[in-house]
Design a protein around this ligand. Structure first.
Ligand SMILES: [Zn+2]
Length: 224
C-alpha cells in the first residue's frame, strides 16, 4: 500500500513511519518526500490540495495525516456517533475535509477514492513519544485536566522531557523521536490504549487494508 504522510515536521514524519509500520507490519511504501504543514490551521488548509494531487496525479492509496490537538476539543467516543461533528475537534474537522474533498473526485487510476488515516496527538506528538516511559502522560490525563481546568503538563514541558530543551535542533529532534518510538516498534498496544487519537489512526490503517484487498499487502513482512 502506497502511503503519503502529511505532518507538521520532518521529525514527526520519520517517527510516524515507525509507528505506522508497528500497526501494519507488512510491505508499506512511503511517498517521499512527505507533505508539510506549519501547524494548525495550515494542516486543514493544505489537505484538500494534497488529496487532489495524490489522487489525480499519483497512484498513492492512502493519505496519513497527523496533527497536534494543542488546546482544542479532544475527540471522544461521543464524536463517533453517526452524523456527529464537533466544529472545534481537529479529528472531526480533518475527517470532514477528507470526506468533502474526496466526494467530488471521479474514479482515477483504478481507485474509487483516496483512503485516509487521521491521528490527533493530544496535546502534542511528544506525548506519544513519552508513552510507556512517563506514566503521568496520557490522553485521559489531559482530558481530565481540561475538565478540571488544571492541565497536568504543558506542551513545552513535554518537549523538555523528550528533548531536554523546548527548542531542539532538527537532528536532535529526530534522534530523540526515533529513540522513543523504538519502544512501540514491535507492539503498539500501549500507545493505542493510552492515546485514542493514535488508536483512531491505527483503526483507519487497518480498515484501509480491508478496503484495499490489495495483493501488494500480501508481500512478506518488511525486515526489522
Ligand atoms: Zn471529534
Amino acid at each position: 500500500m502506497k502511503v503519503a504522510v502529511l505532518s507538521e515536521s520532518p521529525a514527526d514524519e520519520i517517527a510516524l513511519r515507525v509507528l505506522v509500520a508497528a500497526v501494519l507490519p507488512r510491505a508499506l511504501e512511503f511517498v517521499a518526500p512527505g507533505f508539510r504543514a506549519r501547524g494548525w490551521p495550515h494542516v486543514a488548509q493544505v489537505m484538500p490540495a494534497v488529496i487532489r494531487h495524490l489522487y489525480l496525479n499519483t497512484d498513492t492509496d492512502l493519505l496519513l495525516v497527523v496533527a497536534d490537538s494543542d488546546d482544542s476539543v479532544v475527540h471522544t467516543a461521543r464524536h463517533e456517533a453517526p452524523e456527529y461533528f464537533h466544529p472545534r475537534c481537529r479529528m472531526c474537522q480533518l475527517r470532514a475535509v477528507h470526506r468533502q474533498t474526496t466526494k467530488r473526485l471521479p474514479p482515477a487510476h483504478g481507485r474509487e477514492r483516496l483512503l485516509r488515516a487521521v491521528g490527533i496527538a493530544v496535546p502534542a506528538i511528544e506525548a506519544w513519544y513519552l508513552c510507556g516511559r512517563d506514566d503521568s502522560v496520557s490522553e485521559e490525563a489531559w482530558l481530565s485536566g481540561q475538565r478540571d481546568g488544571r492541565l497536568p503538563y504543558t506542551r513545552s514541558e513535554l518537549k523538555f522531557r523528550v528533548y531536554g530543551t523546548d527548542r531542539p535542533s532538527l537532528p536532535h529532534e529526530i534522534n530523540c523521536a526515533l529513540h522513543e518510538v523504538a519502544r512501540h516498534r514491535h507492539d503498539p498496544r500501549r500507545l493505542t490504549n493510552d492515546f485514542p487519537g493514535f488508536a483512531a489512526l491505527a483503526a483507519d490503517l487497518l480498515a484501509a487494508v480491508k478496503v484495499g484487498g490489495d495483493d501488494r499487502l500480501k508481500a512478506p513482512p518488511a525486515s526489522r
